[in-house]
Design a protein around this ligand. Sequence first.
Ligand SMILES: NC(=O)C1=CN([C@@H]2O[C@H](COP(=O)(O)OP(=O)(O)OC[C@H]3O[C@@H](n4cnc5c(N)ncnc54)[C@H](OP(=O)(O)O)[C@@H]3O)[C@@H](O)[C@H]2O)C=CC1
Ligand SMILES: CC(=O)N[C@@H](CCC(=O)OP(=O)(O)O)C(=O)O
Length: 328
Amino acid sequence: MEIAIIGASGYTGGELMRLLLHHPSADIVAATSRNLDGTPVASVHPHLRGLTDLVFRNTEAGDIDADFVFLAVPHTAAMKVAGTLAERGIRTVDLSADYRLPKDVYEKTYGVTHEAYFEAPYGLPELHRDEVRGASFVANPGCFPTGATLAAAPLAKFAHTIIYDSKTGVSGAGTSPSATTHYPNVGDNFNAYKWTSHRHLAEMKQEAARLGSNARCYFTPHLLPVNRGILTTAHILLNEPTGQDEVEALYKKFYADEFFVRYQKPTLAAVRGTNFCDVAVESEGDRVVAVSAIDNLVKGASGQAIQNMNLMCGFAEDTGLRSAGMFP
Ligand SMILES: NC(=O)C1=CN([C@@H]2O[C@H](COP(=O)(O)OP(=O)(O)OC[C@H]3O[C@@H](n4cnc5c(N)ncnc54)[C@H](OP(=O)(O)O)[C@@H]3O)[C@@H](O)[C@H]2O)C=CC1
Ligand SMILES: CC(=O)N[C@@H](CCC(=O)OP(=O)(O)O)C(=O)O
């Protein structure tokens, strides 16, 4: 299957190529960049040197010649080309936020007008597999909502309050430098940001509601001095006290058939570079602490996007995604 990546010079674009180069049914035929036309992909993504001869091209969406497209561009840039790809019948996974929320919620959360809205399945396969399967356009979830929602999903409908406390690596901010990501501000340091107002809370609330939960949801992200990974501690305040054995059994049953969700004490090292989400729970009566770990660039973005592509195209869901992490 011929694949094009729009926005291939960024972190998620590089990660899509790293993973797709080992996918038996994927042939990457185009890697677009507005500014790097003619530049070898390996000059920006040095880990891919020797594995691909691809060269960036400044190709418009209307001129893309491929069976499948990944949109790895910022929100608002994706909506400018999504319609063109859909009209041309090119199946697409959008890694941006543009199609994850209803139009009114999106516009309120992101403070912009949506120019080209249509409904799309929310590509968290563990919860929405049937909608993703066979779809022609899928909205890939945000990185924080992926780890947070998988941490709370089995208990969400039994909770009155869920507090998500997440710690993320810096690659979540993309390749553009900023004061926040400047090394002396990040290295040997640790801080919370957007304490009560992060835009990903809207996705977390949406997914809790879809799980039948009336719980109030809260979210605070923190910036870790590491490149990759998100560790989320979810404090799930239950309507009724529930013991450890029961809670643990519930999680193991909920995820029993999910290859990419493993029940074990989460650490970032065990999931780095992989599409796994590790989850475990500890009960304290009417409070359960659920912890999850993902790699923000893999299960939080490009790996999940390929998982969605596999479902959309009828490939085995784990195709190209079975690699283990590097431990330690
Ligand atoms: N990083 C992460 O962990 C995650 C990211 N995402 C989402 O995935 C998308 C890509 O993220 P990421 O790879 O980190 O971002 P980057 O900033 O690293 O890369 C995005 C690329 O898109 C291109 N681009 C930037 N602005 C525009 C524009 N206005 N129109 C067209 N192309 C543009 C740039 O390439 P060039 O200048 O060469 O054209 C840039 O390299 C974003 O929507 C992000 O929110 C989702 C989950 C996790
Ligand atoms: C460290 C860091 O800055 N992380 C980003 C992750 C957001 C992201 O990638 O998400 P969208 O796809 O929804 O834009 C942030 O907190 O905004």
